[in-house]
Design a protein around this ligand. Structure first.
Ligand code: HEM
Length: 492
């Protein structure tokens, strides 16, 4: 096998018919995405020719550095899909499954340069105004409401009854919608992403709801994303605001759902992981970064389009070629991860949020929903455990993501203790913590009545010498550690 940078080798692939290329829509990728990436890497190196949606050629970026190079160089690799040669020359069918994802729309995701800056600044500056503590309180409140629905049963599907519900409920709050809009929007966005026959009417429902929201906020502004976008000096039009709210709602929901599901799966099934989390050697936020390395919620990002003829990792890329950021493949690139099993706790230099000017602006919101939600869930149900073998779990794989279909779990049935976890970080109310810390060791069962009725002792009682020290449950210990600021992110 010639090395990938060999020009003769590159020429063979340039001349190969698209049908001879590995198919990102095919069964090989669906059955085992990571195996598929590794086979391509072994054959082609860091940049592999693939085909998508039938016979359309594209370059799949498998290298960590190549992903970053493309994401960070918009002058060579544009986000504007109108550069796409196959589309300009009429080779993309009007009903192509690619079009909903890559068809150009007047949104920041398809813009470069000054136009991107105008749209994105409105979004990021509005998102920066979100009160993080208030948001964590919403996450805790909604988690408790969701847990309330199944706590007495002793079992639940943590994907459908939790991970798929929580992000949308929180995002609707951030946008300024009433609570009652949340559940219907959860349904509509799931339907839309699944692409069922009702996807179009679900999309219309989402747009209509957002149009009504914008009209309401124009008349009566509040402390929410919709109102801040309306008043932002970038001067977005009404339609631009609706489109960007839809982008936040759908992108934020789908990715965060996936991250919650994958983190729960890891916490519940990987004994090494659970042991180090429970032993307090790491916090849940650290663990989330590990999950973002191994299961990024978006495995592939379509895409970037070459603005002119150029070269990448020895490949001759032609003007108009489509490039797909292989975030999952780049995260397991042996050039940066020679030992794939090594833990990546707390390391933020993965590709899960991409990089460059389009790097995810909602990443801290996604992380906060995930870690606060899982914290609160585990506090309510500390003996949560999987109800099926890991081999029985089902996944759906599309060309852009891999998603857990369900995560059946069981726990000791519980009732009516939802007032536990109101918080600064979404964890524990200080008075509750003080009360709890003043109690005897958990090894002696605490009287629940005492927990709910005894007034909180003064804080000094916690540290009073000679008193038996609180030995927190493993989860509590790691959560307590989580209150401290984490280590700085390593540089990329
Ligand atoms: C935790 C889960 C999340 C993951 C893994 C994730 C990942 C990503 C990725 C990979 C991109 C594409 C960047 C590119 O094209 O190179 C992106 C873009 C984006 N994400 Fe996220 N995201 C998450 C959560 C969120 C949330 C919660 C929000 C909103 C509150 C959000 C809003 C956006 C927006 C608006 C863009 C487009 C940015 C642009 O094109 O300039 N994301 N995200």
């Amino acid at each position: 096998m010639p090395p990938p940078e060999c020009p003769a080798h590159a020429a063979v692939h340039a001349a190969a018919p698209a049908s001879a290329l590995a198919d990102l829509f095919g069964p090989g990728h669906e059955a085992d995405p990571k195996g598929f990436y590794e086979r391509l890497r072994a054959e082609h190196g860091a940049v592999a020719p693939v085909r998508v949606a039938g016979d359309l050629p594209a370059w799949l970026l498998l290298g960590y550095r190549e992903n970053l190079e493309v994401a960070r160089t918009p002058s060579r690799f544009s986000r504007d899909s109108r550069h796409w040669g196959d589309w300009r020359e009429g080779r993309v069918a009007p009903d192509s499954p690619l079009l909903p994802v890559v068809g150009w729309q007047p949104m920041c995701t398809f813009a470069d340069g000054a136009e991107h800056e105008r749209l994105r600044t409105a979004l990021t500056e509005s998102m920066d105004r979100v009160d993080r503590r208030g948001m964590r309180r919403h996450v805790t409140r909604f988690t408790n409401q969701l847990v309330e629905k199944f706590a007495a049963d002793g079992h639940a599907d943590l994907v459908t009854e939790f991970a798929e519900q929580l992000p949308m409920l929180v995002l609707t709050q951030l946008l300024g919608m009433p609570d009652e809009d949340g559940p219907r929007l959860v349904e509509a966005s799931r339907d839309l992403m699944k692409g069922t026959e009702t996807a179009i009417s679900s999309n219309e429902y989402v747009i209509r709801t957002l149009e009504n929201l914008v009209a309401r906020k124009r008349a009566e502004p509040g402390q929410d994303l919709a109102s801040w976008l309306l008043s932002h000096p970038s001067g977005l039009t009404g339609e631009e605001i609706v489109q960007h709210l839809r982008l936040v709602l759908l992108t934020g929901n789908e990715t965060t759902t996936n991250l919650i599901a994958n983190t729960l799966l890891t916490v519940l099934t990987d004994p090494r992981f659970r042991a180090s989390l429970a032993g307090g050697q790491m916090t849940l936020p650290d663990a989330i970064e590990h999950v973002l390395w191994n299961e990024p919620p978006l495995a592939v990002i379509p895409g970037r389009w070459a603005t002119g003829d150029t070269e990448l990792a020895g490949r001759q890329i032609k003007a108009g070629d489509m490039l797909l950021l292989g975030l999952a493949a780049g995260n397991i690139d042996p050039a940066i991860r020679p030992e794939i099993g090594a833990p990546m706790y707390g390391n933020r230099s993965h590709l899960a949020f991409s990089g460059g000017p389009h790097e995810c602006p909602g990443q801290d919101i996604g992380r906060a929903i995930t870690d606060t939600g899982i914290d609160a869930l585990l506090l309510r149900l500390p003996d949560l455990r999987p109800a099926v073998l890991e081999t029985e779990l089902r996944w759906t794989v599309s060309w852009v993501s891999r998603r857990l279909v369900s995560l059946p779990a069981e726990f000791t049935p519980r009732q009516g203790d939802s007032d536990t976890v109101e918080t600064e970080r979404g964890l524990l109310a200080p008075d509750f913590l003080a009360r709890y810390m003043a109690l005897p060791d958990r090894a002696e069962p605490a009287d629940p009545a005492e927990l709910s009725t005894t007034p909180a002792p003064p804080r000094a009682a916690v540290a009073e010498p000679g008193k038996r020290r609180f030995r927190p449950l493993s989860w509590w210990r790691s959560l307590w550690r989580g209150l401290r600021p984490g280590p700085p992110a390593p540089p990329r």
